[in-house]
Design a protein around this ligand. Structure first.
Ligand SMILES: [Zn+2]
Length: 137
């Protein structure tokens, strides 16, 4: 999907589940790209159209075992380092009690999406602020 949208950024919500002790999150799928998303080579604003229905349907289909767990987006021909804007946006999602996701996973996908593919994975936590994780390459 990142390659298909070059030279623009793109991204969607992450769908997943948690281990019983809630310390491990499993990224299992991605939500569809909302039609009202806006992107450029250096910015991305994920839209919201259809998302409420998508997650309501997911809750029913998987009997409350799959959830919204975060967001991913691309940084075309660039490093996967999150920007200040990326961080503040994801922290706002974690703090938004309507979203019911106190630990928001952020995956930033950088490079050319062919030979060069780099990930930065972090968690934005309502309680613990930013937690950077080291992904396995
Ligand atoms: Zn970004």
């Amino acid at each position: 999907m990142a390659k298909d949208h070059l030279p623009n950024e793109v991204g969607t919500s992450l769908v997943g589940s948690y281990s019983e002790d809630c310390f491990t999150a499993f990224v299992l799928d991605i939500a569809p790209l909302p039609a009202d998303s806006k992107s450029s080579p250096v910015s991305f604003l994920r839209g919201v159209r259809g998302m409420k229905e998508f997650f309501e349907h997911l809750t029913k289909r998987f009997r409350k075992r799959r959830f919204y767990i975060g967001e991913w987006h691309s940084h075309p021909f660039s490093k996967p380092d999150s920007s200040d804007m990326d961080r503040s946006t994801h922290l706002r999602i974690a703090q938004d009690r309507a979203t019911e996701c106190a630990e928001v996973i952020m995956i930033v996908f950088g490079g050319d999406f062919e030979q060069h593919r780099h990930l930065q994975v972090s968690v934005h936590s309502r309680e613990r602020d930013l937690v950077l994780l080291n992904p396995a390459d």
